[in-house]
Write a protein that binds this ligand. Sequence first.
Ligand code: ADP
Ligand code: ASP
Ligand code: MG
Length: 418
Amino acid sequence: MSLIVMKFGGSSVGDAERMKRVAKRIVERSREGHQCVVVVSAMGDTTDDLIDLSKQIYDGTPPAREMDMLLTTGEQVSVALLSMAIHSLGEAAVSYTGWQAGMYTEAVHGKARIADIQPQRVLNSLERGNIVIVAGFQGMTVDGEITTLGRGGSDTTAVALAAAIKADLCEIFTDVDGIYSTDPRVVKVARKLKEISYDEMLELANLGAAVLHPRAVEYAKNYNVTLVVRSSFTYNEGTNVKEEAVMEQGIVVRGIAYDKNVARISILGVPEKPGQLAKVFTALAKSQIDVDIIVQSGVLDGSADFSFTTSLSDLEKALEVIEQIREEVAFREVTSEMNLVKVSIVGAGMVSTPGVAATMFEVISELGISISLVSTSEIKVSCVIDGTRLPDVIRALHTAYGLDTAEQAFVGGPSERR
Ligand code: ADP
Ligand code: ASP
Ligand code: MG
């Protein structure tokens, strides 16, 4: 008998029929003799719908505490319904919120990190013969405040819980049947990967590949969790995420990711004196705003310009923060750009292969698109470009790096996604 954590994403439980199918799948596993802990997300587009609703009520950025209070309701609906569906198949199940399951987080709303897990209640419940269902994406601070882990955070609940209860396996069930060389919704001939290393997957996830939440991969790497991504609609073999993964011969780029959640902010005419950059980025960090690529241009007439990227969802808040330090920094002007995307290539073999970045720049320029920012690490190259022709860029890169296959990728969920 083994202990398995199974995680089902929003589209896998998008309606009552899908919820029942997922319940059947869990019961099958349980009847094979495994102990099952299940983590589940909010149904379908529930989280987006709740965000839309908040926008109709509140003009601007709603109070973060109340946003968490609102969004965590989505997962609570799912756990209760899934537990009922399992009961109706004749098995014992108990649902828990994140806080009931002992998921403690730091005191940050909207994208809290897990600080501690006290899984005793989950373990006791398993011992009593239940299938345990835990709400993903949510936790509680030591002061009893409700928090969320950031969009896509149910993956992290699952992997962190798997580490805490020393599960033998963590299976992430989603609407594609594994991790592909790029988003199979964009490239139909994307290549399904048998395996991928934690490091490569971490880069891809950080660079926008929604298939796994970055912190889930971090947990898997740090606690050596056996992690598989597979389809909730088929029984196809999935993709193993592991310490080291074999690269197919002749392929240098393992995957291509894109991130539409990108905005660029430029602060112009900043008087040149020590500590100016620190003032801006300290203020942003204090407001929990992550900054990505930073570029400072040369100094002219004693003042400098600089640009940086942040997530589109943080743009409004970032501009508010910058406004608050306008006098202190004494800059001339602040501008922002929104119709941008970040496209990235990732592969552990890139370090030892020259010309990989050059190919990327060439492919993008052949499409007549200019590159506004570039950033690199040992195993990735990212370009920030205008987002209008994103699918063309991804397809061209996929072909250029020899990743196209003859088969069509399996995409099981609704084709129209936000
Ligand atoms: P869930 O609701 O199950 O958490 P997500 O929408 O968060 O599902 O993640 C699955 C989606 O990730 C897929 O539908 C696919 O469009 C997208 N995706 C992006 N990059 C990749 C990739 N490299 N491999 C597989 N899927 C990817
Ligand atoms: N429901 C949350 C979201 O949509 C968490 C998740 O699905 O993982 O982001
Ligand atoms: Mg997800």
